[in-house]
Design a protein around this ligand. Structure first.
Ligand code: FES
Length: 122
């Protein structure tokens, strides 16, 4: 299975890449399968994600899934974002090759970690 057009687009033109210097929540997750890492930064207002950025030391699938994760999470309530799974992200990208599904754990888990950090602080 090849990468979908959406994966190639999000890899070549990642959305919301970078960091938020005074983020309300930050989550960093490492992938035990390959050693790659992703960090997600969120800003929260009235229970919604109003800004989100990511950085990743990861493969093409990690970049594309992190980009799509930020697009999907922006504007969502914290509960809605916590309910997002790696399968939601992979589906939104029209699928990933089976051997790359583990890469989509990074962004979803880093998003959840950022929300949990925010909730622990507030
Ligand atoms: Fe490490 Fe894809 S191979 S995240």
């Amino acid at each position: 299975m090849d990468y979908s057009e959406k994966v190639l687009d999000h890899f070549a033109n990642p959305r919301n890449i970078g960091e938020i210097s005074d983020a309300d929540g930050v989550g960093t997750v490492g992938n035990p399968a390959c050693g790659d890492m992703t960090t997600v930064y969120i800003r929260v207002k009235d229970g919604r994600i109003t800004d989100i950025k990511f950085k990743t030391f990861g493969c093409a699938a990690a970049i594309a899934t992190a980009s799509m994760t930020t697009e999907l999470a922006l504007g969502k309530t914290l509960d809605e974002a916590l309910a997002m799974s790696r399968n939601d992200v992979a589906d939104a990208l029209d699928g990933l090759p089976p051997v790359k599904m583990h890469c989509s754990n990074l962004a979803a888990d880093a998003l959840h970690a950022a929300i949990e950090e925010y909730l622990a602080k507030s």
